[in-house]
Design a protein around this ligand. Structure first.
Ligand code: NAP
Length: 401
């Protein structure tokens, strides 16, 4: 398909240029994906219309991936879908099944690698009325910046008993005198200064733009000094060097109004902190594996994965996505909660600089939940609520705009 240049989002000299009618790629997803996507699109289009009255609108372009792509194009992840997102720069996706078997790449991993989407960003905030396992869930309001390209996820590992594992084991013994057990699987945990610094910059700019007063490096540097510990050291150095006028480092000065307090916490202690004192944290920067665990635990504090949005962002490319899976047992029942994709859309509108659209959607979701008109997952835990279908929940959000 030939796309008009005037509707393409551009990225030049580190800045994003968004036309009034930009192309955005959507992938509806498998299982419950189509139900969720249709509901979310209704909300997005209504909010954009309400805010801009036709002056701006999104031109949705379908990208094929997952089972639908396999049926129509013979591949779970056609090359043309990757090319499409590369060309149009911004996409949003529902959940996808990654079939277990040889030779099929996970689309999430492929997209991250191809577009170098180095930050996985997960905002965690509470909507009044949502059932929560903690006493004061309204104190939870932070954003996690998880490194997305390295750490134990870099895919450098060898199976126990393999020729490669044996070679690496022998090498470690001969060269460094480090003896591993005989039958041993080996994984490598690379953490680089380059990847740490670019993530830190993104998080720091977010703090400044959104007036967040705390940035916390979460790491396990007490044990893994040259990976997790280095992550924290490189991050703090980068902050001091490049953002010195905006920050106070914990332990090196008093907290100041209008400055970002930069501190660090050991990962295990942080799991306790987000439960007991969540309001002390605003922006969290962490390596890949810690970030994976921490984001799901944090989502549980505010209503679970059905309410948890996410984005994978690089320089000039972004893919927003549901953080849950395809929930296949509910496929086609018009039943599940579309909030994860809707809230990912809110992040997308902020990324485009259309903040008013995101704010309108957030207010409408707040009202809808406060009125106790919710999908099954929340209804089953909320006394006196009215259970709505996925599409009805979207219609209710639109009414509440
Ligand atoms: P899942 O699809 O996330 O579903 C697990 C449970 O979470 C569901 O049974 C449901 O709980 C709840 N849930 C999920 N989405 C919900 C929603 N929108 N609203 C309300 N509740 C929701 O996890 P899974 O069953 O382990 O994985 C299924 C497939 O998804 C797998 O093929 C996996 O590979 C894929 N997956 C994809 C992604 C992605 O594309 N980002 C992420 C994870 C998994 P109840 O049963 O309690 O109602």
């Amino acid at each position: 398909m030939q796309f008009k240049e005037e509707n393409k989002i551009r990225f030049e000299n580190g800045n994003l240029f968004v036309p009034e009618k930009p192309y955005i790629v959507y992938i509806e997803g498998d299982g419950t994906g189509p139900d969720i996507w249709n509901a979310s699109k209704m909300v997005f289009d209504s909010a954009v219309k309400k805010v801009f009255n036709g002056k701006k609108e999104i031109i949705w372009i379908e990208g094929f991936a997952g089972e639908k792509a396999f049926k129509e194009k013979g591949s779970y992840l056609p090359e043309e879908t990757l090319e499409l997102i590369k060309e149009l720069r911004v996409g949003i996706k529902g959940p996808l099944t990654t079939p277990v078997g040889k030779g099929i790449r996970s689309i999430n991993v492929a997209l991250r690698q191809e577009l170098d989407l180095y930050a996985c960003i997960r905002p965690v905030r509470y909507f009044e009325g949502v059932p929560s396992p903690i006493k004061y869930p309204e104190k939870v309001d932070f954003v996690i910046f998880r490194e997305n390209t390295e750490d134990l996820y870099a895919g450098i590992e060898w199976q126990a008993g393999s020729e490669e594992a044996k070679k690496v084991s022998d090498f470690l013994y001969k060269e460094f005198g480090k003896k591993l057990p005989d039958y041993v699987g080996i994984g490598i945990k690379p953490i680089s200064r380059f990847a740490t610094e670019r993530l830190t910059r993104m998080a720091m700019r977010y703090c400044i733009k959104n007036k967040k007063d705390t940035l916390t490096f979460v790491h396990k540097g007490n044990i893994m000094k040259f990976t997790e510990g280095a992550f924290k050291n490189w991050g703090v150095d980068c902050v001091k060097r490049e953002f010195g006028q905006y920050v106070v480092i914990e332990g090196e000065g008093e907290k100041e109004k209008n400055k970002v307090l930069v501190n660090d916490r050991i990962a295990d202690a942080m799991f306790q902190q987000i439960v007991l004192r969540p309001d002390e944290y605003k922006v969290i920067v962490t390596p890949n594996l810690n970030g994976d665990y921490l984001s799901d635990a944090a989502a549980a504090l505010v209503g679970g994965l059905g309410m948890a949005p996410g984005a994978n962002i690089g320089d000039g490319y972004a893919v927003f996505e549901a953080t849950h899976g395809t929930a296949p047992k509910y496929a086609g029942l018009d039943k599940v909660n579309p909030s994860s994709v809707i809230l990912s859309g809110v992040m997308m509108f902020e990324y485009l600089g259309w903040d008013a659209v995101g704010e309108l959607i957030i207010k409408a979701i707040e009202r809808t939940i406060k009125n106790k008109t919710v999908t099954y997952d929340l209804a089953r835990q909320m006394e006196g609520s009215k259970e709505l279908k996925c599409s009805q929940f979207a219609e209710e959000i639109i009414k509440n705009m």
